[in-house]
Design a protein around this ligand. Structure first.
Ligand code: PEP
Ligand code: MG
Length: 577
């Protein structure tokens, strides 16, 4: 039966394909006593063999579609399977305790995990714990005869359906086959949604129930523009969405004509439209969409895609690749923003009640200066290859900025003393994403070279509403006068000190927000590459002199997000040039 689910439109576009459920299967079992030990050992051997064969296939496919590095984790898993200390121990447990293979496997795993986790200062061993857990899951699935989803094995077009997708899950999706994704959890600014936009695949998040409503293989339509997921569509539905997809493609073709045009308003004012990226791989999309700069390079993905802390040289290569790829256009690189919903398997963070209010971003960098200094050196060395701007995330106080800047200056002086070539127009700025920083923007503006407003977090913290929680997603209100007043204060403060100010939160690419931001004089708009041409087209049709009154009304007359949504929609309908 056809069913339509409403979710949060997280990434534009349309797709129709069978559903692929990326859901943890039920791997529960009961402990039983066995009498035929030999048969149980044989059952274990068979499951080990099947797991090994499966891992070989997955590794080969992952290598082909995702690259050598992503495939290496599966080699590590194969090694565990071949390790007599692990498999031998399971066999011994079956023989000694006369228990079923599932229970023996669990007992051995528990021992291993306890042992590894006790080695708190050995990050290599802690990582192994995660691998052993994964391998156990695979063997268990074969013992129980249930299928474990393996996204790397997808070899036909599908729409991935998941409860939630972590940024590292998302990074493993092969765009050739994964046409879209839909999740139960998440908001528009959750990191999985941001990754979907950089993969340029349609996505809907926060449907609440998609994983229970759809079955594997059922046809699914994803309308990433309106946030609708249609399960088992009728022929009429399919035709309807085909038409919408065609109209969307036509509109996109119009925008595409602006690829090499400058971003200019109807009254001839120039603004910069920049792109947000997560890895150097995203550069293709940046160039294809004609970005004038990179306004946010989220370097944490470099750390998340790696099995250990990336070395200074590895980082240097990545930053250099992006700077060179941009051929002299500005590149804002943000230092590591780990914590919140972004984790590193090799950097255990404390368990926290409120990770978004906890140990994250610049707070970790200032505490773990070994990690911070390595990144800063890599960045400084790369600065010789383009127009680098270094940006610190989650700055809450003037002192934090001064401390971070002092560390940067120390590393800079050391490199200079060693005769290392550095760029000569490096700028250093901060994200404005904590309300305290927005309020004190006038003081911060005197110390920095630029600001970039991170609305994803600024809204989350101002409204006290978790950005990834669909139950409070109605409080993601970029046009709420409270948010607009903060933004206006940040822009005015920067300009009073002669500094430039950009925005790299999702609001910068929002069609309702853009007229307001242009009216307030925001200098740079950084967004998912796929939004650039739409926004450039919108800018072309707006006259900034007419926007002043709109901004005044939005700030001082409207009392709600919805008031401003309507205000801007009416204005744009009447004043398109
Ligand atoms: C751009 C931002 O940073 P991130 O989404 O990576 O937290 C933001 O908070 O708006
Ligand atoms: Mg942020």
């Amino acid at each position: 039966m056809t069913k339509t689910l409403k979710g949060i439109a997280a990434s534009d576009g349309f797709a129709t394909a069978p559903a692929y459920l990326l859901v943890e299967p039920d791997l529960s079992f009961k402990k039983t006593s066995i009498t035929d030990v030999a048969a149980e050992v044989q059952r274990l051997q068979a499951a080990l063999k099947q797991s090994d064969e499966e891992l070989t296939t997955i590794r080969d496919l992952a290598k082909e579609s995702l690259g050598e590095e992503e495939a290496q984790v599966f080699d590590a898993h194969k090694m565990i399977l071949a390790d007599p200390e692990f498999t031998g121990a399971v066999e011994t447990q079956i023989k000694d305790q006369a228990v079923n293979a599932e229970q023996a496997l669990k007992d051995v795993l528990d021992n291993f995990i306890a042992m590894f986790e006790a080695m708190t200062d050995n990050k290599y061993m802690q990582e192994r714990a995660a691998d052993v857990r994964d391998v156990t899951k695979r063997v268990l699935s074969h013992l129980l005869g249930v299928e474990l989803p393996s996204p790397a094995l997808i070899d036909h077009e599908v729409i991935v359906v998941a409860h939630d997708l972590t940024p590292s899950d998302t990074a493993q999706l092969n765009k050739k086959y994964v046409k879209a994704f839909v999740t139960d959890l998440g908001g528009r600014t959750a990191h999985s949604a941001i990754m979907a936009r950089s993969l340029e695949i349609p996505a809907i998040v926060g449907t609440d129930t998609i994983t229970t409503d759809v079955q594997a293989g059922q046809t699914l339509i994803v309308d990433g523009v309106h946030g609708d997921a249609v399960i088992e569509p009728t022929n009429t539905d399919i035709e309807h969405y085909q038409k919408l997809a065609q109209d969307y493609a036509q509109e996109a073709a119009e925008w595409a004509k602006l690829k090499d045009a400058a971003s200019i308003t109807a009254d001839g004012k120039h603004f910069d439209i920049a792109a947000n990226i997560g890895t150097p791989k995203d550069l293709d999309g940046v160039t294809a969409n004609g970005a004038e700069a990179i306004g946010l390079y989220r370097t944490e993905f470099l750390y998340m895609d790696s099995a250990e802390l990336p070395s200074e040289d590895d980082q240097f290569e990545a930053y250099k690749e992006v700077l060179e790829g941009m051929q002299g256009k500005p590149v804002v690189v943000r230092t590591m923003d780990i914590g919140g919903d972004k984790h590193l398997p090799y950097l255990p963070l404390p368990e926290e009640m409120n990770p978004f209010l906890g140990y994250r971003a610049i707070r970790i960098s200032l505490d773990r200066q070994d990690i911070f200094r390595t990144q800063l050196r890599a960045l400084l060395r790369a600065s010789a290859f383009g127009k680098l701007r270094i940006m610190f995330p989650m700055i809450a106080t003037v002192q934090e900025f001064r401390q971070a800047k002092a560390v940067l200056d120390e590393e800079k002086a050391q490199l200079q003393a060693q005769g290392v070539a550095l760029g000569d127009d490096l700028q250093v700025g901060i994200m404005i994403e904590i309300p305290a920083a927005a309020v004190l923007a006038d003081q911060l503006a005197k110390e920095v070279d630029f600001f970039s407003i991170g609305t994803n977090d600024l809204i989350q913290y101002t409204m006290a509403a978790d950005r990834g929680n669909e139950h409070v997603s109605y409080l993601y209100q970029p046009y709420n006068p409270s948010i607009l007043r903060l933004i206006k204060h940040v822009i005015d403060s920067a300009h009073q000190s002669g500094k430039w100010v950009g925005m790299c939160g999702e609001a910068a690419g929002d069609s309702t927000m853009v007229p307001l931001l242009l009216g307030m004089g925001l200098d740079e708009y950084s967004m998912s590459a796929t939004s650039i041409l739409r926004v450039r087209s919108l800018m072309k049709h707006l006259d900034t002199t007419e926007l002043q009154d709109l901004v005044q009304q939005a700030l001082n007359v409207s009392i709600s997000n919805d008031d401003n949504l309507k205000l801007v929609a009416d204005f744009v309908a009447k004043n398109q040039h």
